[in-house]
Design a binder for this molecule. Structure first.
Ligand code: ATP
Ligand code: LTN
Length: 327
């Protein structure tokens, strides 16, 4: 069975973008692959987090993983910081990644170009930890949304470099980007990714949003003045985003949706998308509440840790031996 691994950063409440671009894919894959999914809690610290809010986000993230359909009997769910091998491997990998490579990371360049102040050095080196998160588990595939592709490519580069320098050690993993829905856009500004760390939450649907409030966000989504329903992300990004969300949630192809809504107003499309979103949130939140009452978090994470740690440990020991720091 091929192995798959991915992580989500619990720096805020999970969003519809996370669901469509990542979680829904993980659930789809868990029957066919040996699946590892972790909560990237160390990564959240690259930007200051209020400790109490972070703790709540961690719990909600695990519960939402489960509510979305990840089954702990099939998927190993664990907390990044529980596996200390990952951070140790991260340091060794950072010594095999050049400054020039980190300087080219889009997320870093974006912050730099916006003149963001107080960027932490942790944020700058975070792709090196992400490489370790992945390579520690020797996965075949890494399912991620579009924005993470560059980091997986860096991971591949360092794996190849390490293998060339020290002998075959790491499997070189492939990113797996969904064909559709890899970048759900903000409802209020469809030129930007729907992001949980957005200052304004008007464009972002959180999985724990009140379903009626989420409907309103969809109904006030920014579209255009063309007034024709086409799938044209370049010229009609708002409409294309609505079609993508509908298609991801309903399973109807975008072509079929364009046909179905041809000649109708944007209000009709928005209402149909709002129905899909409301249905999803009601269903997720019902299971979230049931899971909350079951008190199963500690057990799920302990089981995940037990399955994950042995693999990361074996990789770290091999790496430490190969680089010569063990006698
Ligand atoms: P932030 O919103 O703070 O930038 P993020 O949501 O991108 O964070 P993660 O939560 O770690 O960061 O992302 C988890 C997964 O969800 C990644 O695979 C990422 O590519 C995917 N993802 C995040 N936002 C979207 C989106 N708008 N559309 C599709 N996939 C997304
Ligand atoms: N960097 C990712 C989250 C993340 C991840 C990973 C994803 C951390 N480690 C390993 C896949 C594999 C993010 O910020 N979205």
């Amino acid at each position: 069975m091929k192995r798959m691994l991915s992580g989500i950063k619990p720096s805020g409440q999970l969003t519809l973008g996370n669901y469509i671009g990542a979680l829904k894919e993980f659930v789809k894959y868990q029957d066919e692959y040996e699946m590892y999914v972790f909560i990237a809690n160390l990564h959240t610290l690259t930007v200051y987090q209020d400790p109490e809010i972070l703790r709540k986000n961690l719990r909600d993230t695990v519960l939402l993983y489960l509510a979305c359909g990840l089954d702990p009997k099939k998927t190993k769910i664990f907390m990044q910081s529980d596996i200390m091998e990952q951070a140790q491997l991260g340091f060794i990998l950072s010594c095999n990644i050049y400054l020039g490579e980190l300087n080219r990371m889009t997320q870093y360049k974006d912050k730099l170009s916006k003149g963001e102040e107080g960027m932490s050095s942790g944020f700058y080196v975070y792709p090196t930890l992400m490489a370790a998160d992945i390579l520690a588990y020797q996965p075949d595939y890494v399912p991620v949304g579009d924005d993470q592709k560059q980091h997986v490519e860096l991971t591949r580069d360092v794996a190849v470099r390490f293998n060339n320098r020290y002998g075959e050690t790491f499997k070189v993993p492939e990113p797996l980007i969904p064909k559709q829905g890899a970048r759900i856009m903000s409802l209020s500004d469809p030129s930007k990714k729907m992001s949980k760390s957005d200052a304004s939450d008007k464009g972002c649907i959180y999985l724990l949003d009140d379903p009626k409030a989420a409907r309103k966000k969809v109904m006030s989504a920014v579209t255009d003045s063309i007034n024709e329903i086409n799938y044209d992300p370049k010229n009609q990004p708002g409409v294309a985003n609505l079609l993508t969300i509908h298609s991801a949630l309903s399973g109807t192809s975008i072509d079929a949706l364009v046909e179905q809504f041809k000649g109708q107003g944007y209000g009709t499309l928005k209402k149909a998308v709002a129905d899909e979103v409301e249905k999803l949130l009601v269903q997720l939140q019902t299971s979230y509440k049931e899971l909350l009452d079951q008190n199963i978090l500690t057990e799920v994470l302990a089981q995940g840790k037990a399955s994950a740690q042995g693999i990361a440990h074996a990789t770290l020991v091999e790496v430490q031996t190969k680089v010569g720091i063990e006698i």
